[in-house]
Design a binder for this molecule. Structure first.
Ligand SMILES: [Zn+2]
Length: 255
């Protein structure tokens, strides 16, 4: 039975050559989630796909599938936004690549998650219009943990169960995604990361807002550095993998 979808919003996550003239393109689509489709003739400069299957591009796609077990075929791709500055600015490119790596690492074919689509679209769009790249990455990470069901708990101390006061420092435990208050961590080498009060407050606020409201947050300075550090370390522990582009970003930042 043929499956046909048309005009589906989709982001290009990956593509590779297939045979002489075709490409297999990995999309993350609204309603459908991650989907791989064969783009016939994409490698030759066929008009209908030219300049449309670049990484990070926002498209409306139409695809079909002829029978069970066969590949999805990309029939049409209409450009919505090429997010051009993600390919012209090094830092934007690296942050978009980090987002792309997380999307590929944490999703499976047709694992539909509309929140994840909205989050990725928000992040790429916001990067493209020139918002501070590390700010976008920090907010993306906090919401990514939420959407995937790995929200770290900043509301109670894992040892004494009290809610740490917002003006107090806490230790973030990378392995458990929890915090320990200053009293409980006194004298022990917890291995946790010290979080300044501003960072905890910011993370808790971001966790409570939907993707559509992320633009109101502007983490900066030490708060931003701590949000990125904790997110990166926590994700490395959760997924047991490092993100290649994040190492590249650190290298560019410290040059
Ligand atoms: Zn405590």
């Amino acid at each position: 039975m043929p499956v046909i979808r048309s005009d589906l919003p989709a982001l290009v996550l990956d593509s590779h050559d297939y045979g002489e003239s075709d490409k297999i393109v990995v999309f993350y689509c609204q309603d459908v989630g991650r989907l791989s489709a064969l783009a016939r003739g994409a490698h030759r400069s066929k008009k209908r796909f030219v300049n449309k299957l670049e990484l990070f591009t926002f498209l409306q796609i139409s695809y079909s599938k002829s029978s069970v077990g066969s590949l999805f075929m990309l029939d049409e791709a209409e450009l919505v936004n090429s997010f051009i500055s993600l390919r012209t600015d090094v830092t934007s490119y690296l942050v978009a690549s980090i987002i792309r790596e997380y999307m590929l690492l944490t999703t499976r074919e047709t694992s539909d998650d509309d929140q994840l689509f909205q989050l990725a679209l928000w992040a790429l769009h916001t990067l493209n219009i020139g918002v501070d790249q590390r700010q976008v990455l920090a907010l993306f990470m906090i919401k990514l943990f939420d959407v995937l069901g790995y929200r770290p708990d900043f509301t109670v101390c894992q040892s004494c169960g009290t809610t740490p006061a917002e003006e107090k420092e806490v230790f973030f435990n990378v392995r458990s995604g929890t915090v320990t208050c200053r009293n409980c961590s006194a004298g022990q080498a917890s291995g946790g990361r010290l979080l300044a009060p501003g960072a905890t407050k910011m993370i808790r606020a971001v966790q409570q807002q939907p993707v559509s409201r992320l633009n109101r947050f502007k983490p900066s300075g030490a708060v931003l550095v701590q949000m990125l550090d904790c997110s990166h370390r926590y994700s490395r522990h959760l997924f047991q993998r490092d993100i290649h582009s994040w190492r590249e970003l650190d290298r560019v930042s410290h040059r």
